[in-house]
Design a protein around this ligand. Structure first.
Ligand code: HEC
Ligand code: HEC
Length: 322
């Protein structure tokens, strides 16, 4: 009896480990033409520094780096934690083709924003940190890397694979309780049951994560795009468990909504003054999970849906200018 149990356990562990190894081996195809190692000319060093800032953010501008004046991000994530494969994976919010669509009007600030200002948005929210000086070496390198990933793409062309795919809406509210079961089944193996992920090295070593945390003090704050349910559920369905290819999702549509609702119900850093976001309220995304709201729907419905009635009301509003 004892032996059987032991055998069962060790087989389960081996299966789980090899599933992870396969997942890593099968990371979805990046856009192959964008290989910074093949860049020629004087900008090469800057492109490579930009890629390093993007993929190892924690080691250059993270909260644990030795030089305190370089601590710009407030958590130990990297840009790549969400913009997978150095920003080159289709539908994993890639950077490919993004440079050539900026400057662009952004509703959150209700004005035309430059690519630098968009990067600052992720610095202050996704990285829970502070802005990088515009014109400084780090911002220049990030912009140069992101520009490199738009090589050959015409200005204002929106390419296929931008953002993450549209996810069918549910006719019910997303259910964090059901999402917890999905999380324990499909996500906790890497991100851990407590959602804190798995570090590379010890705290204080500025080495980042093998598996990033999904909530808690070292995660993105409540003003981040990933904290909005529609954005988060569609990213998760197209890309998680890690190694998922967007056209072969492993999660059902319902599981993606519910697991995203579970993650976004957990504690995380708070960003002040979120009420100042989207000063033109008619442009506020229906899933922005913070007040004020100018419609008749409850805060819970803005957080968990169902979103179709909210979208219909937004469309019907007289001031809708989109
Ligand atoms: C926690 C996840 C997360 C992290 C980490 C993150 N971002 Fe983002 N980023 C997002 C999301 C989500 C969006 C899309 C938001 C939206 O719907 O507008 C986005 C959008 C962007 C965009 C605009 C993309 C487009 O298609 O218009 C840029 C540029 C960007 N991020 C740069 C960065 C940089 C540089 C870093 C690191 C310093 C970073 N991000 C870190 C989640 C993240
Ligand atoms: C095989 C391991 C693995 C599994 C299983 C897995 N993830 Fe991830 N996940 C990762 C890795 C690795 C990254 C960051 C990618 C990078 O840094 O290159 C990530 C990134 C993320 C991110 C964006 C970064 C952040 O910190 O928020 C979210 C959200 C996420 N995973 C959610 C999920 C959900 C939900 C599940 C279950 C459905 C899941 N993951 C299953 C490995 C995994």
């Amino acid at each position: 009896m004892r032996i059987r149990t032991g055998l069962f356990v060790s087989l389960a562990v081996v299966a789980a480990l090899s599933a992870a190894a396969t997942a890593f081996g099968q990371a979805a195809e990046p856009w192959p033409q964008f290989d910074p190692d093949k860049v020629a000319g004087p900008a090469k060093e800057t492109v490579l520094y930009g890629r390093k800032l993007f993929t190892e953010t924690y080691s250059v501008i993270g909260p644990e780096v030795k030089d305190a004046s370089m601590r710009y991000s407030g958590n130990n994530l990297s840009c790549q934690s969400c913009h997978l494969q150095a920003g080159t994976q289709k539908f994993a919010i890639p950077m490919v083709g993004v440079y050539s669509t900026f400057p662009v009007f952004i509703g959150r600030e209700n004005e035309v924003r430059t690519i630098e200002e968009r990067i600052e948005g992720c610095m202050e929210r996704s990285m829970n940190g502070r802005v990088l000086p515009i014109g400084g070496k780090e911002m220049k390198a990030l912009v140069t890397y992101i520009q490199f990933l738009s090589t050959g793409i015409p200005v204002n062309k929106v390419i296929e694979g931008r953002g993450s795919p549209n996810l069918p809406l549910l006719t019910r509210a997303a259910d964090p309780k059901r999402g917890e079961a999905v999380y324990m089944d499909k996500c906790s193996f890497c991100h851990q049951e407590n959602g804190q992920g798995q570090r590379k090295g010890a705290p204080g070593e500025a080495a980042g994560y093998v598996y990033p945390p999904l909530w808690g003090a070292d995660s993105f704050n409540d003003g981040a795009g990933m904290h909005r349910l529609i954005a988060s559920a569609s990213f998760i369905r197209a890309n998680m468990p890690f190694g998922t290819h967007y056209d072969k999702p492993e999660l059902s549509v319902e599981d993606a909504w519910d697991v995203a609702a579970y993650i976004n119900s957990q504690p995380r850093p708070h960003r002040d003054h979120l009420d100042a976001d989207y000063p033109d309220r008619s442009r506020k995304p229906v899933d922005a999970p913070f007040p004020p709201y100018t419609d008749k729907f409850s805060p819970e419905q803005h957080q968990f849906g169902p979103f179709q009635p909210l979208l219909d009301a937004q469309k019907a509003a007289p001031q809708a200018a989109r």
